[in-house]
Design a protein around this ligand. Structure first.
Ligand code: FAD
Length: 434
């Protein structure tokens, strides 16, 4: 991958912002009162709703969101580490209302694509001209015997931020020194590919300081993972990785084997069984395999586990006038990340506004950066700009890259990455909910 140079990235990303962001779209009103219904007010849905209103204030936009507050998954690993409070990652919907978005708290139970109507658990029906579906992910519970939504309250996945983030933090805090934390990451594809390894790093940082005799065992069903070289170099630097008393024991699974593929969980004894072994832990963090949010299946928007879309507009290839964005969509090579969901939201908002006004959708481009903390004061990132080639999202050659390894970077640069991450968090949450 190209070495990361921030100047090249910003140059390329600047192009993407003009194409996909609000900067390129003045507030306009075309007079017609069209209706857009957005299902899910998370990273993708909330941003799409706000940007449609900013681009064309004549469009009536309703967001239907299950919860009164949204907890960002990004920075939730910091809550688990203990240096951030759960309240600092909590956002409400008054900002969206300020942009004229109608926010309804209810659960969407169905979408009738023929009648262009969204139905809710509360018994309400919402007519739309265009619908944007952004429900995030659901879990494939059936893949792990003994693990389900109920068990997850005690043995948390914490892969949707909120109460389970707090539970995991408390369990690590109350674990004895010398205890074992077992983390079971999911198979690909899943939300936030570097997330389990950032979590491993930040739990290790907490344990190193507070319970140094403890261990973290990562039972990974994959042979490798995102930013692996950067993570393992940091684990060597801070946590003794590869030495005989390493705090982190990462066990991958070679292709074609099921060595560390999680088969079952015994919740009472906190024991996991994989294809190869059994492990009893003091704290268990199981992150199950993932698929599109439930409503995507109920609405017939899926093919396999995810929702196929036309990449120029993110309109479903199955149902007309319905767009699917964020983690639920098949958007590879864009990752399933909050930043990508935000970028997709802007592209889709621009497309929806154009199409509702009888115009062609503009040519899209997207941008993504995923930051991770490997230790307090030490951050890394992977970045990329994408454009449309032959109707598909494609990486723009030379536009992104990775943070250089320790040999080619200074600790000042790595500390700056941490600061960039914190500033990104402030900006993207304001961009989405402000
Ligand atoms: C630990 C962790 C760390 C992460 N770190 C980063 C990071 O550093 N950078 C980054 O870019 N991304 C990160 N991510 C990924 C990021 O959080 C997701 O990719 C992003 O939230 C996806 O946005 P979304 O809109 O698709 O889904 P979500 O943000 O999950 O939003 C979906 C919303 O839809 C609502 N909903 C679902 N179904 C219904 C229904 N039937 N009716 C009403 N409402 C419904 C939900 O309540 C939810 O609010 C991280 C994820 C995790 C787990």
């Amino acid at each position: 991958m190209t070495q990361f140079t921030r100047r090249n990235f910003i140059k390329a990303a600047g192009g993407a912002a003009v194409a996909a962001g609000a900067a390129g779209f003045p507030m306009v009103s075309f007079g017609a009162s069209k209706k857009v219904v957005v299902v899910g007010g998370g990273m993708g849905g909330a941003a799409a709703a706000k940007y449609i209103r900013m681009m064309d204030s004549s469009i009536e936009v309703t967001v239907i969101e299950a919860n009164k507050h949204y907890y960002t998954c990004f920075m939730s690993n910091e809550v688990i580490h203990g240096r951030r409070s759960i309240d600092s990652i909590r956002f409400g919907y008054t900002g969206l209302a300020g942009h004229g978005v109608k926010v309804v708290h209810d659960i969407v139970t169905g979408i009738d694509a023929n009648k262009q109507t969204v139905m809710t658990k509360g018994g309400h029906h919402f007519k739309y001209d265009r619908c944007i579906v952004a429900p995030g992910v659901d879990f494939k519970w059936e893949k792990i015997e003994g693990y389900d939504a109920k068990v997850a309250e005690d043995i948390p996945h914490a892969w949707k931020a909120g109460s389970q983030t707090v539970t995991l933090r408390k369990q690590i805090e109350s674990m004895k020194d010398g205890g074992v934390v077992a983390i079971c990451p999911p198979p690909n594809p899943f939300r936030c590919p570097p997330g389990p390894y950032e979590r491993t790093s930040l739990i290790a940082a907490y344990l190193k300081k507070n319970k140094p005799k403890s261990k973290i065992v990562v039972l990974d069903p994959k042979p490798k993972f995102s930013k692996m070289g950067l993570f393992t170099a940091a684990w060597e630097k801070y946590y003794g990785y590869k030495s005989s008393d390493s705090m982190i024991d990462w066990q991958g699974t070679p292709k074609g084997s099921d060595d560390n593929v999680l088969k079952s969980v015994d919740a009472k004894t906190r024991t996991v069984t994989t294809g190869f072994n059994e492990l009893k832990a003091d704290v268990l963090n199981i992150i199950p395999a993932q698929k599109a949010g439930k409503i995507a299946f109920a609405a017939g928007l899926t093919k396999g586990d995810w929702c196929p879309v036309h990449h120029n507009t993110f309109e479903s290839t199955i149902h007309k006038n319905i767009h699917v964005i964020g983690d639920a969509a098949i958007q590879s090579p864009l990752p399933k990340s909050g930043y990508a969901a935000n970028s997709e939201a802007k592209v889709t908002a621009a497309a929806v506004v154009a199409l509702l006004n009888g115009k062609d959708a503009p040519t899209p481009s997207w941008v993504n950066t995923c930051y991770s903390f490997v230790h307090p004061g030490d951050g890394i990132s992977v970045a990329m700009v994408y454009n449309l080639v032959d109707g598909k999202v494609s990486k723009v050659k030379g536009s992104g890259g990775l943070t250089p390894g320790y040999a080619k970077s200074t600790m000042e640069m790595r500390a700056r990455e941490e600061q960039y991450a914190l500033s990104w968090f402030k900006n993207i949450t304001h961009d989405t909910f402000g």
